[in-house]
Write a protein that binds this ligand. Structure first.
Ligand code: AMP
Ligand code: ZN
Length: 458
């Protein structure tokens, strides 16, 4: 069955054809590890996980590369302001290196909670300084750079189709600009290498042919994707904010040095919103996954919530919709549990589900097929096998789930024992009195063939 994906570059749904028969290369822009990820960031990683699982479902062998930005991302994407890592270091009193380590591992733990598969290759910007310097040298040799007092810049005016991904109106941008360009020649020019400020020792800095300093933020992705996936690979992903700056810059760098367009498909996940606003790290209000967990919400309920919208539409967060996702997930889990062991999947449902996921990852419609399956009158074992197959993409861990065992307090168990004893001795009045105490404490007793079962009253 054909897989169709929306390509931001051509603004078209295109049939996916791998560039090489052996494997599909995907590069996903990873986190800047100066703080925790918020659940908005995590929505983008859930979308990318669904993409990867869909490719695997279609029997492709996927090589997935994700970077960790641990240097060079400045407070403003316009290459000004402080390095986010050094700023984080001042805020917390830890070194920039310690912060990078700490937040990278917090990010991996969030991924694990959301059942997001780890990339085939993790790569850190600070581990690839020589590759970034070599790429800048190549861009310089081809005549696309200039030097200012604070760094080496990419001259975007030398690239006729610069910004095509974003359909940027460069003349309009230039005319409307009010921001301080410093010594930049054009508003869209960006730093490839920044010099350490004179008289100031940065925690993260390296020697280079141009002087001591650190790489600009964009160069790491071009350098590391080329190293692990080649100059031109299948799919490049990120959040929608990357359409206008980061990704056009990656494309320009790669095109300048290698003459290739970097990726065959460009895919972007749209924002999680809080009300009218995008959830963001810099604008204060952001929710970490841990906040949800602390409220007793299963992190997979957040994954389920993400499946309720197409990745290319905005999704507005609210506690009510998250609670409703949690209840639906519980319903699905309980049903799947009650269906018992799986036999073999139902071909017609598998076909319907595949059609939806292969139609540009239409998860809301794939979920509708899932509920149709649950309501169908197919034998339970077939429903279970079909659902577990779907779960290879849904990633809701439905195979392992078991109803939670309720912890009943000792004094309630003792009352139940005393009631049993009274019943055995035919002291019916006492037995009723014990039962009433159990009920008053908020529990109920169900007498089953295996003996009494106690549970909390909802
Ligand atoms: P950062 O760690 O800030 O570099 O962002 C990591 C990823 O999350 C990037 O791909 C961003 O585009 C994406 N992102 C940032 N904010 C949101 C949001 N509110 N909703 C979805 N994705 C986002
Ligand atoms: Zn990137």
């Amino acid at each position: 069955m054909t897989l169709r994906l929306y390509d931001t570059y051509s603004r078209r749904l295109r049939e996916f054809q791998p560039l090489h028969s052996s494997e599909v290369g995907i590069y996903t822009c990873g986190p800047t590890v100066y703080d925790y990820a918020h659940i908005g960031n995590l929505r983008t990683y859930v979308f990318e996980d669904i993409l990867r699982r869909t490719l695997e479902f279609n029997s492709y062998n996927v090589r997935h590369v994700m970077n960790i930005t641990d240097v060079g991302h400045l407070a403003s994407d316009a290459d000004s302001g402080e390095d986010k890592m050094e700023k984080g270091s001042r805020r917390t009193g830890k070194t920039a290196w310690e912060i990078a380590e700490f937040f990278a591992s917090a990010f991996k733990s969030d991924m694990h909670h959301l059942n997001i598969q780890e990339p085939t290759i993790w790569c850190k910007a600070t581990d690839h300084i020589p590759e970034q310097i070599a790429l800048i040298q190549c861009i310089e040799a081809k005549g696309y750079t200039y030097c200012t007092s604070d760094g080496i810049y990419f001259d975007t005016s030398k690239m006729p189709d610069y910004g095509y991904l974003a359909r940027l109106d460069i003349e309009g941008l230039q005319a409307g600009t009010r921001i301080d360009m410093g010594e930049k020649r054009h508003i869209t020019d960006f730093a490839l290498w920044k010099f350490s400020p004179a008289g100031q020792k940065r925690q993260m800095e390296w020697n280079s042919p141009w002087g001591i300093g650190f790489p600009g933020w964009h160069i790491e992705c071009s350098a590391m994707s080329a190293k692990y996936l080649g100059n031109y690979f299948d799919i490049h992903c990120g959040g929608e904010d990357h359409i206008s700056v980061h990704h056009p810059n990656e494309i320009a760098q790669t095109e300048a040095c290698y003459g290739t367009r970097l990726a065959n498909f460009w895919m972007h996940g749209y924002f999680l919103q809080l009300g009218e606003e995008r959830m963001s790290k810099s604008s204060g209000e952001f929710l970490r996954l841990q906040v949800l967990i602390d409220r007793g919400i299963d992190p997979l309920a957040y994954r389920f919530f993400c499946l309720s919208a197409h990745y290319s539409s905005k999704l507005t967060f609210s506690w009510e919709s998250l609670d409703s996702a949690a209840r639906s997930l519980d319903r699905l889990r309980n049903q799947a549990y009650e269906w018992g062991p799986p036999s073999s999947p139902d071909d017609a449902y598998v076909k319907q589900f595949t059609e939806q996921v292969n139609d540009d990852l239409n998860m809301p419609r794939a979920m509708a097929v899932t509920w149709d399956l649950a309501r169908s009158d197919l034998p339970a074992s077939i429903k279970k096998a079909t659902l577990l197959l779907f779960d290879r993409i849904l990633g809701l861990c439905l195979a392992d789930w078991q109803p939670p065992q309720e912890i009943i307090p000792e004094e309630i168990l003792s009352l139940v024992d005393q009631r049993q004893k009274a019943r055995a001795e035919k002291r019916w009045g006492d037995a009723d009195a014990f039962r009433n105490k159990v009920i008053q404490a908020g529990y109920e007793i169900e007498d089953t063939a295996q003996g009494p079962r106690v549970k909390g009253r909802k």
